[in-house]
Design a protein around this ligand. Structure first.
Ligand SMILES: Cc1cc2nc3c(=O)[nH]c(=O)nc-3n(C[C@H](O)[C@H](O)[C@H](O)COP(=O)(O)OP(=O)(O)OC[C@H]3O[C@@H](n4cnc5c(N)ncnc54)[C@H](O)[C@@H]3O)c2cc1C
Length: 519
């Protein structure tokens, strides 16, 4: 029996069976069989619907409840369908405190409730790569949020405001009509103006929209929360202990948790069939954990196992493929390919999405084109592709096993010199033009040969397409402040024109990372 089998089979909640279930899904992605097996979820009809039950149906409750609570607060009739029970998972979500203020601004949580959902806080957090110096940063991803408490509060708020929640109600399919959508689910059908897909990255709607496309990159993550570590309140944001092994560079994260210490091992890979199973990676995690945390596995009392895989696509976020359907949360691919911070991404975009969907409903801007503006191209997300590629290695690629560590040591040393104004946005998944440009120039001067090796590693086509995104990032950063000064003029426009102009402004603001200061 492996260490993984031994530990996970003794954890509550069928941890081992769950790991194997997620591994089956990951196998389906690697082998390309995951999409061919599922029937279509979306159909179109030219017939009109006679009467509508609500304005918005949201399928999927984990991050769906965030937007559901915001929209019902704005007075819309919202129905939320959740396949299971609407309940947060037993883990902690890490985020920065400033981002959590969004809930106060939107009046979704009171100050006391905000304190109740934040269950851990630590400062500063460490970044360190094999053989390099420690870099410390304050107030970045240093808050642990309890998903159970947060979802309970939002659910109570949503119901009190008149939202309709349907638990144990699985979305089956939807038919798009010229004036609405019929959503078929266990307790349905539901007739609505707009359907939001919040069913995660394995959503049947997304799988149909992406037509079986394999992800361009995947972040694999395994970890646990356990008690019995030597006294240690320190948090690590990104640490490496080893050179590349088995064509993977392993990174580690660690956070103090309410009931122990959470540690993760994560790595960036492509979806090649030979990539490791999560169960194999879990075994690697248990082998290396003693070295990382200076402890023996036998001395630990495991509370829960944590694991997942996060596909990402160069063409992200996913634009609308149909009228009246919009993806939000992980299904939209709106999060950075560098982190598995889909909760953080949702919080960051909650105000933008809440206001945008509100205006779309008011102006009846629900066509495919109009909805595309709500998940626009964001150059600051697109540029992070090169970083993911630079931190991963192809299954047959030959390279110096220390190359990724060397690159990261140099880049982080230069970012540290440039100060928190450059380091913090990058670590919060918000890349900005000026910080990125300064870091690139300093890194190229500090180690030109390393840069040449990275260019060779990622290949010319990735680099050329990246340059386009980098130039767009510069253009968006210039356009946004100029356009923002003209915003007051929009009051003279029609609702449809105003919807368009506001979405342009949003796309330039978020696409350039200028939203960072507004959280
Ligand atoms: C180990 C681990 C650690 C993480 N840590 C962090 C972190 O520190 N910070 C952070 O920001 N993010 C973190 N994340 C990511 C975060 O958990 C995800 O981004 C988030 O859960 C995505 O939510 P979602 O609702 O979009 O998708 P999902 O989590 O996949 O949820 C989909 C929801 O839709 C429901 N659903 C699915 N199918 C149907 C259907 N047919 N009908 C109705 N409902 C359906 C599901 O029951 C579920 O409620 C972590 C993830 C993992 C796995």
């Amino acid at each position: 029996m492996s260490q993984t089998e031994l530990i996970l089979s003794n954890l509550p909640g069928n941890a081992l069976a769950n790991l194997r279930r997620v591994d089956e899904l990951w196998h389906g992605v690697r082998s390309g069989s995951s999409s061919s097996a599922i029937p279509p979820a979306i159909y179109e009809s030219s017939e009109k619907i006679d009467a509508l039950d609500c304005d918005v149906v949201i399928a999927g409750g984990t991050l769906g409840i965030f937007i559901a609570a915001a929209l019902v607060r704005q007075g819309w009739r919202v129905a939320l369908l959740e396949r299971g029970m609407l309940r947060g998972r037993e883990q902690e979500w890490n985020i920065s405190r400033t981002e959590m203020n969004t809930f106060l601004e939107l009046n979704l949580l009171s100050l006391q409730e905000l304190e109740d959902v934040i269950v851990t806080e630590c400062n500063p957090v460490r970044i360190q790569f094999l053989g390099g110096p420690e870099v410390w940063v304050r107030d970045v991803l240093n808050i642990g949020v309890d998903p159970v408490v947060l979802l309970n509060l939002l659910k109570a708020q949503f119901l009190a405001d008149g939202g309709k929640l349907f638990e144990k109600t699985a979305f089956e399919k939807a038919v798009i009509h010229p004036n609405g959508v019929t959503v078929y689910a266990d307790g349905g059908p539901f007739k609505t103006r707009l359907l939001l897909d919040a069913m995660g990255h394995l959503s049947p709607i997304v799988r149909q929209a992406r037509k079986g496309q394999k992800p361009d990159g995947v972040c694999l993550v395994v970890g646990s929360c356990a008690q019995g570590f030597p006294e240690n309140e320190q948090a690590d944001l990104m640490v490496s202990l080893t050179p590349m092994q088995q064509q993977c560079q392993y990174f580690w994260e660690a956070f103090p948790a309410r009931d122990g210490r959470t540690t993760y091992l994560f790595t960036y890979v492509d979806a090649h069939p030979s990539r490791p199973r999560l169960e194999d990676l879990f075994e690697e995690y248990l082998d290396l954990l003693p070295r990382y945390q200076n402890t023996e596995v036998k001395d630990l009392n495991f509370q829960r196992a944590l694991f997942g895989f996060f596909p990402s696509y160069q063409q992200g976020p996913l634009g609308s493929v149909w009228n009246r359907i919009l993806a939000i949360g992980d299904s939209s691919g709106n999060q950075s390919p560098l982190s598995f911070g889909g909760f953080g991404a949702m919080v960051r975009h909650l105000k933008r999405l809440g206001n945008g969907i509100d205006e779309a409903l008011q102006s009846d801007a629900l066509s495919r084109d109009a909805l595309n503006w709500l998940q626009p191209y964001q150059p600051n997300l697109a540029v992070t592709w090169l970083f993911q590629r630079a931190m991963s290695i192809g299954v047959d690629q030959k390279t110096d096993p220390d190359q990724i560590n060397k690159l990261l040591i140099t880049v982080f040393r230069e970012m540290e010199h440039l100060g928190e104004g450059v380091l913090k946005p990058f670590l919060q998944d918000v890349v900005q033009f000026s910080g990125l440009s300064q870091t690139m120039i300093r890194t190229a001067i500090a180690d030109p040969l390393l840069i040449a090796r990275i260019v060779e590693h990622v290949g010319p086509s990735t680099l050329i397409s990246w340059l386009g995104h980098y130039l767009n990032l510069g253009a968006y950063s210039t356009l946004y402040p100029l356009a923002k000064s003209l915003e007051s003029w929009t009051s003279a426009l029609s609702p449809t024109q105003r919807y368009r102009v506001h979405r342009w402004l949003d796309s330039w603001e978020y696409g350039s990372g200028s939203d960072l200061g507004s959280h």
